[in-house]
Design a protein around this ligand. Structure first.
Ligand code: GTP
Length: 209
């Protein structure tokens, strides 16, 4: 078991969840961020995967627990249970696949239904991935959509390592700006967050932590 606080080395422990259609690059983004690696033949996620990464933002040591959900429809019931306790949620689409952009409305609805307190209670970041390839979804279109939905927006390439660290820094900064969210990342606070070292064994593809 791990918690934030004195003696642990962390000022905050955050839970981030990443959602979006299958194949948009969710696992690849997390692999790039947590291990600075990229796999051209990334296997599809079965259920939910879990990684941990420590970073420093604004002088604070932050431990981020990263929950990588399967994009495939058949895992939807399982993945929906992982929204609870998330401080930030990353919605991802693939800039080469307009269908993955069109699915975002659906993902946002799902987020609203399964996040206790609704979508307004968490920091949301829209990420357009695979910008090393030719855009089929214009940056301006995605940026305008994100603005309408009250989300931060960034484009990334997990393959070429563009925008990846910035994406996570941005989410953490936004969480820092929310006193309500921040209150649940520190010890002694109401609703103190406790993390399991590992997710349920039937929900993992292989823990990189
Ligand atoms: P599910 O686990 O099925 O939900 O998919 P996912 O969203 O986790 O996608 P994943 O990370 O498995 O990536 C799907 C494919 O896209 C893999 O073959 C990756 O190598 C590739 N890929 C991921 N990110 C990038 C990128 O930035 N650029 C390019 N060119 N390919 C990428």
């Amino acid at each position: 078991m791990s918690t934030a606080g004195p003696g642990t080395g962390w000022d905050h422990v955050l839970k981030l969840l990443i959602i979006g259609d299958s194949g948009v690059g969710k696992s690849s983004l997390l692999l790039r961020f947590s291990e600075d690696e990229f796999d051209d033949a990334m296997p599809t996620t079965i259920g939910v995967d879990f990684k941990v990464k420590s970073i420093t933002v604004e002088g604070k040591n932050v431990k981020i627990t990263l929950w990588d959900t399967a994009g495939q429809e058949r895992f939807r019931t399982l993945t929906s249970s992982y929204y609870r306790g998330a401080h930030g949620i990353i919605l991802m689409y693939d800039v080469t696949r307009p269908d993955s952009f069109e699915s975002l409305e659906h993902w946002l609805q799902e987020l609203d239904v399964y996040t206790p307190g609704g979508a307004k209670g968490v920091v949301k970041l829209l990420v357009g991935n695979k910008i090393d390839l030719e855009h089929q979804v214009a940056r301006d279109t995605a940026e305008a959509w994100a603005r309408r939905k009250g989300m931060i927006f960034l484009e990334t390439s997990a393959k070429s390592d563009i925008g990846v660290k910035q994406a996570f820094d941005e989410v953490v900064r936004k969480i820092f700006e929310s006193p309500t969210l921040l209150a649940n990342t520190t010890p002694g606070a109401k609703g103190r967050m406790t993390l399991k070292a590992e997710p349920p064994s039937d929900a993992r593809r292989g823990c990189g932590c």
